[in-house]
Design a protein around this ligand. Sequence first.
Ligand code: ADP
Ligand code: MG
Length: 600
Amino acid sequence: MTKTKKLINNPDSIIFEMVEGFLGAHPHLVTRHGQTGRALVAVDGPREGKVGIVIGGGSGHEPAFLGYVGRGLADAVAVGNVFASPSPEPILEATRAADGGAGVLYLYGNYSGDVMNFDMAAEEAAAEGIAVRTVVVTDDVASAPTERAHERRGIAGDFFVFKIAGAAADRMASLEEVVAVAEKANRSTFTMGVALGSCSLPQTLKPNFSIGEDEMEIGMGIHGEPGIGREPLESADSVTDKLLDRIFAELTLSPGDEVAVLVNGLGSTSLMELYLLHRRTKQRLDEKKVQIYHSFVGEYVTSLEMAGASITLLKLDEELKTLLDHPCHTAALQVGSVTSGQRVSRSSGPEHRASSTHPGRRSESAGEGAAQGERPGGEVTPQIFRAMFRNVAAAILARKDWLSELDGVIGDGDHGVTMALGWAAVDRALDEVTAEEDIEAVCKRMAKAFLDAVGASSGPLYATAFLRAGASASGRIGLDAAALVAFLEAAAAGIRERGKAEPGDKTMVDAWVPAAEAASRALREGGSALACLKAAARGAEEGMNATAKIAARKGRSSKLGERSLGHIDPGAASTFVMLSAMAEALEQELSSSSGAASGE
Ligand code: ADP
Ligand code: MG
């Protein structure tokens, strides 16, 4: 397959370099905050007594999201990797930067990865005494039927919801009021998109999906998630009609109503074409005697270089009109003229943070006085434990392309890239482990490293798995068979708790649950740690294969429903890779350390 062409230096530093470029271009608007380099704050946005607005999401949607930071709009943004949610740490940094003592509102598009990462950040912010509320944007009509409108994805409509809420906060409305008006804006915003051509991640340079020369896909998501149907490409007017008909089916408009219109290009569609779409949109609204109060035509929420466009209508009332007109000054949107505000004066920064448990610090439950020798161990010694996870890192790297390809079919194509990043970070974190650290401390290190490196859905899911698994072995220095099984069960339970997916929803839970069950069965039959781990790997493999037979109900691919049939779930696949690599390493270490039979 031919590679796509991009102007990049190194795909691994693309986010850092983009942020640096952005800050260099707009130093009067935005500055960095905190240690991650991924939290940006408006220079005169946050101020005492004002509700802080924090937005964020994956990169690749520029000018969203960082382009909407500035006076009168968002106060701070957390920047994720390409098409992957930012992790909790930058979100927390953005939260601290935006906090003016009146609470903080999180606004972002409704994707399970973003929801889990923002929720984890909100939990930590609450622990620091910052009141956080969340409104997720759900404007994509194509992504779920009316009765499940709350499950819809957030796409170009982010723009309107951010603008309205940012204005309300700038006018010093209370947190409750800003939440209420953001919810109203979200309820009144409807988007339909069409894709004509694919986009490619900088890391893969391969089209994220394929689409025929004469085809279009109605309702495709802004990460290339499949829409509601492939059709032969039609004229600008009839495509506009198709998009608007779906919107009009949801949004009742009567003569005299007023709307704001956003015709948004996805990345490589000319402005000329966007104006054709607007032309037809106006004709249709004129027919209905609906007034266009204000129009926005251009690139507002893109999808890398995807070809295509979306149309968004926001139904207005007096309050929404006032807020739409409220001045703002950001890189991507300027309305009226703003008077410069005062930066929040209180000290803010990492030192402000209530200290959380250091991942390298030995857990309390290990007992401060306990000498290493008194702590329970097992066949899985500390060295073997580390070797197992190093082998996972190697195996994930080796299967990276496969995992991304699986995710390209039913998700957004980043799973291999995301997992490889996370496991490379885990590998580095394992270098820092000291001899006296127990399993729980090592797991905390792995969780933090993984989460800080990736975000996405897999970040919070695997990080929670590490944390829960580590806690199950609290005080232990190694694992025997029973402790290993408890470790796997706790990992599975952590993933279910964080993602709220059930077996049968077609997620990694469908590999973790049979893996943990198989391990526990092996234990009951008197199996060794190795026998239990091998059983877990086989259970994960069976679970992974079975995901091909079910339609997705959770995560990004749930929007596909039946169309996900026949494809295995990428998260279930990475679970299988992970457990088999653990088993493989354990077997190797046991045979090389003792030279004796493996005990199976
Ligand atoms: P993203 O979906 O944010 O792009 P990844 O591609 O890294 O994240 O991971 C996708 C995988 O995450 C899916 O294949 C699925 O197994 C898993 N997943 C998504 N949502 C959930 C959830 N709520 N619970 C459990 N697993 C989930
Ligand atoms: Mg993905």
